[in-house]
Design a protein around this ligand. Sequence first.
Ligand SMILES: Nc1ncnc2c1ncn2[C@@H]1O[C@H](COP(=O)(O)OP(=O)(O)O)[C@@H](O)[C@H]1O
Ligand code: SF4
Ligand SMILES: [Mg+2]
Length: 368
Amino acid sequence: MSPVESASAEEVTSSPLVLEMAGVSIDYERRRLRTRAVHDVTLSVAHGEMVGLVGESGSGKTSIAMSALGLVPIAEGSIRVNGRSIDYRRRRSILEAGAQAVFQSPYSSLDPAQPVKAILSEPIFHERLSRAAVVERVRSALEDVGLDPAAMERYPREFSGGQRQRISIARAMMAQPSLLICDEPTSALDLSVQAQVANLLLDLQERHRTSYLIIGHDLPLMNHLTSRLYVMYRGHIVEEGPTALVYGSPAHPYTRALVLAAPVPDPLKQRERRALAKATVGRTPAAEGGCAFAPRCPFSTELCIRETPQLRRVGEVSVACHHDEALGTTAATTTRTGTAQPALSPTITIAPADQAGSETGRGTHASL
Ligand SMILES: Nc1ncnc2c1ncn2[C@@H]1O[C@H](COP(=O)(O)OP(=O)(O)O)[C@@H](O)[C@H]1O
Ligand code: SF4
Ligand SMILES: [Mg+2]
């Protein structure tokens, strides 16, 4: 039996979780230099849940998506989709696990040389259905995403960006996945089309009870789409909890900076918030050991530089931070009193560049 066929039945466990990642680390090798892109990530998606993963570019979001799809190997930890162990070397176990993906660019992810019918048939090729049955599934998938079934005879270049992303979603839905991993599904689209695609994902979730892991950096959109949110920074999960809480009253200093950088309708407020966010979120060297955010964090102490903080429960969220006093108002109040208080306006401490990462570095508080 080839390694491809040897995914054994005993590897499958029953679980209320559609995706379970435990202690996952991912390494890449470049010019014989091995670097760790993802550190000890534990993440889950329950059946029917819409979970978000946010973080700035390079934080490891796509690596996590690729590992859950068996497209990159993991150095440590384990991944299960529908209880089935995902092994990079066993393609069949991955195909059978029931996860599909929608990627950022609807331009590069669709083969321009194939008509839509062929593109959509690919995920069900292994089911060896009759030609008529395949056409019926393609027709139904196109209707499901709001496209005319006649689209099946046309080529990707004949469609707009939004329509192409609908085709990508239809392709992913062809295999009737229980988990859909969407890596920045709207960020390559025009603003006007983004909401339509986001609403289509919500609509599909309602109709098919599909579970989602949605990766993105548009926090208001993630707030609209997801019920639970993970925040990543330089390969580490730094905060996790109900989206309304993480977005509405962020606890971790990095999440607070990320929320400040998110767009708001008032341009004056926007400029103010972005300036504050910039003071903590910029391109600075990663910390070697300790808290990855320490070089940018105004609350950083010697402990932060020495020891990597583990996620710990603070009220309804989990936060990877050593110091209660660095946490946002709701989380900090929860730690002190054991009950969450109503969200206060977000505050963030800005440290001068030379102070960030110092032993006691405390900056000036700026309330918004
Ligand atoms: N194939 C690869 N080879 C080497 N390094 C990679 C590769 N893919 C990603 N990386 C690195 O891993 C880190 C995380 O990348 P990625 O997962 O793409 O982050 P994100 O999706 O959050 O932007 C980055 O530093 C990136 O340069
Ligand atoms: S206070 Fe320390 S542990 Fe918490 S985010 Fe800042 S540097 Fe990291
Ligand atoms: Mg990415």
